[in-house]
Design a protein around this ligand. Structure first.
Ligand SMILES: C[S@@+](CC[C@H](N)C(=O)[O-])C[C@H]1O[C@@H](n2cnc3c(N)ncnc32)[C@H](O)[C@@H]1O
Length: 275
């Protein structure tokens, strides 16, 4: 290589990543990917539906948030909302809802969907879920399907922030990658069935260009996720590990029917703030 030539480096690593680096990287990544994400997953998610993960289970199926009829008039926050499909579903059930996301690009996809759909739409606001622009005890329900939780370094701080904006007696529910998946290659085929890493290694997965992080995903063991909820003053009510339904033939990244036969792909945590 000539002296003036510099080797271009794209790298993937398990290494530490601060909250600031993580947020900057992920805001940029989701801004760049927003349109493609909607094009790839929009029909699976529906415009007005709360799908909890790649297994395809909806809130109509699981009732994680309780009786859908009881959403009428409740104040609800969706964080890491993306296209706000879940928020739109809550609005259609009469909830007073704000859908928030770190990425202006992802909120742009929410506006795209709003433009093509009838019915009530959530209010939209750009916000990092670890620093929410809402007063204490503002919401009866706070939820997210795969938003923010895997994309922040300070997940303990995230739980404290979500607990802060919940009313006493309020409910928090969020889905995220099932912790056990971190021991396996994140691919949909048979090679994704053989553990090749430690479940206990909580260093995040970092993609970088020129050593500058462009995407960061964080892992917590099941025990640590539960501890973060408890330390935030919340009471754990349930951890759902939904099975892969036989009629779902879709592959979504590393989630596939094959892996779904053997491994949990999604964990849904449900907790309440004591009254
Ligand atoms: C996998 S998408 C899920 C979006 C949507 N809930 C869905 O089911 O399609 C993850 C979302 O989390 C958002 N996100 C990442 N970090 C965040 C943060 N710190 N605060 C709020 N949202 C964040 C991303 O911008 C993205 O929209």
């Amino acid at each position: 290589m000539d002296e003036w030539q510099v080797e271009y480096t794209e790298a993937v690593a398990r290494r530490e990543s601060s909250q600031a680096e993580t947020v900057t990287a992920n805001r940029g990544w989701w801004d760049r990917e927003a349109t493609d994400y909607l094009a790839e997953h929009g029909s699976f998610l529906g415009d007005c539906d709360l799908v909890w993960g790649p297994e395809g289970w909806t809130e109509e199926d699981l009732h994680v948030l309780g009786d859908p009829a009881a959403l009428e008039g409740r104040t609800v926050l969706e964080f890491g909302a993306g296209g706000a499909q879940g928020g739109r579903w809550c609005a259609s059930r009469g909830a007073r809802i704000v859908s928030t996301d770190l990425s202006a690009g992802m909120l742009g996809t929410a506006r795209t969907i709003d433009d093509r759909t009838d019915g009530p739409a959530p209010l939209l606001a750009q916000a990092d879920a670890t620093r929410l622009p809402f007063a204490d005890a503002s919401f009866d329900i706070v939820f997210s399907a795969y938003g923010a939780t895997p994309f922040v370094a300070d997940s303990a701080g995230l739980m404290v922030e979500l607990a802060r904006v919940l009313r006493p007696g309020g409910l928090l529910a969020f889905s995220t990658t099932h912790p056990v998946r971190w021991a396996f290659p994140d691919v949909p085929g048979p090679e994704g069935l053989t553990a090749n890493a430690s479940y206990f290694d909580e260093r995040p997965y970092v993609e970088a260009s020129w050593d500058e992080a462009s995407y960061v995903e964080h892992h917590r063991t099941m025990g640590h996720r539960i501890a973060e909820l408890v330390e935030a003053g919340l009471v754990l009510r349930a951890v759902h590990e939904p099975e892969w339904p036989q009629d779902n033939t879709e592959v979504w990244g590393g989630w596939s029917p094959l892996r779904g036969q053997h491994l949990p792909g999604t964990a849904i945590f449900v907790a309440t703030r004591p009254a």
